[in-house]
Ligand binder design. Structure first.
Ligand code: PEP
Ligand code: MN
Length: 338
């Protein structure tokens, strides 16, 4: 339920309503950016009587949230959620860029990439230390040694780190090194993992399952918020369609526009996994910014042809730096900064 206050409601009236709701055992979330104060009611308490609430001084109306997703919904929190990660604001005016290799492979590879993407203007460094690979015979990631290299690269460049966690028992370990916990497409509906990152004290980048509907994605995010973690970014990374000859996935540009309407959480576009072909990554990245994404995740590698994973879709370091110039112009064209 949400409680919409009159625009001239006083802080005293708001406090009174909050106290009445909390006395019944519920938690509240106040949002007051758009002129009127909206009190979101969450948790589990004794039944609330909407009629009684509407009689309280300063209350305009109460409304049940009819969608299945509650805490992530725009109705619950009308303003965009913004949060700070290592000095970078996500979800605000600035479009943020997460760049780096698919996998952490070596100290040299990671540090060279980190310095180059930082110089080009990226805001975060990405790199997988635990890799979810289709084949058990493919490179599975460097594990904790890779996490240590990511921490060293953060030390050297100041870039906060985004890296994947694949299982609940690794959340504590990855949290020691990471600034953002990434949940990969294959784990979007791993509910034990969602609950575990919901209890963690780190922001989460939740990637859309490759065959997940928009509602599936929002419901997955709902798990994380319901377990207490509000700092969640959603990532459109391409979905499976029928063409896998020319394109790895299909970038669902609709999803970004729809998600911006349905949820207050920041939305990230990942053109690399979406299209899977290096030369097509720049135009898809531009489309992501054009349609309103709050950030991009772009795979970059000093020598993509030698990469242990996703080389075909990784930009070279000069290509990334050239793309950043074009992305800045696109951000300006849509009233954002980068
Ligand atoms: C990745 O970011 O390298 C990755 C494995 O992504 P996804 O889970 O979207 O395939
Ligand atoms: Mn990858």
């Amino acid at each position: 339920m949400i409680i919409i206050m009159e625009s001239e409601a006083t802080p005293f009236e708001v406090d009174n309503v909050v106290a009445a709701v909390q006395n019944k055992g519920w938690q509240t979330h106040i949002s007051s950016g758009s002129g009127e104060t909206i009190i979101g009611v969450k948790g589990k308490g004794q039944p609330l009587d909407p009629f009684h609430l509407e009689q309280m001084s300063g209350v305009r109306e109460t409304m049940a949230i009819t969608q299945k997703f509650k805490l992530v919904s725009r109705a619950f929190c009308p303003e965009n959620t913004t949060f700070d990660i290592g000095g970078v604001t996500v979800g605000g005016q600035q479009v943020v860029v997460i760049a780096g290799p698919c996998s952490v492979e070596s100290r040299e590879q990671l540090l060279e990439t980190a310095h180059a993407v930082k110089d080009a203007g990226a805001h975060f460094l990405r790199g997988g230390a635990f890799k979810p690979r289709t084949s058990p015979y493919s490179f599975q990631g460097m594990g904790e040694a890779g996490l240590k290299l990511l921490a060293e690269a953060r030390e050297a460049t100041g870039l906060p780190i985004v890296t994947e966690v694949m299982s609940p028992d690794k959340v504590a370990l990855v949290s020691i090194y990471a600034d953002v916990l990434q949940i990969g497409t294959r784990n979007m509906q791993n509910y034990d993992l969602l609950n575990a990152v919901g209890r963690a004290h780190k922001p989460v980048l939740l990637k859309r399952g490759m065959s997940a509907t928009i509602e599936d994605l929002l419901m997955a995010a709902e798990y994380i918020l319901a377990h207490g973690n509000q700092r969640v970014m959603l990532c459109e990374r391409g979905i499976r369609t029928f063409d896998n000859k020319y394109t790895r996935n299909t970038f669902d540009v609709n999803a970004i526009a729809l998600l911006k309407e349905l949820t207050h959480l920041p939305i990230i576009a990942d053109p690399s996994h979406a299209v899977g072909v290096r030369r097509h990554v720049p135009p898809i990245a531009m489309a992501g910014v054009a349609v309103g994404a709050d950030g991009l995740a772009i795979e970059t590698h000093p020598n993509p042809d030698k990469a242990t994973s996703d080389g075909d879709q990784s930009l070279t370091l000069p290509q990334f730096s050239e793309l950043m110039i074009r992305l800045r112009a696109m951000a300006t064209a849509v009233g954002r900064t980068m």
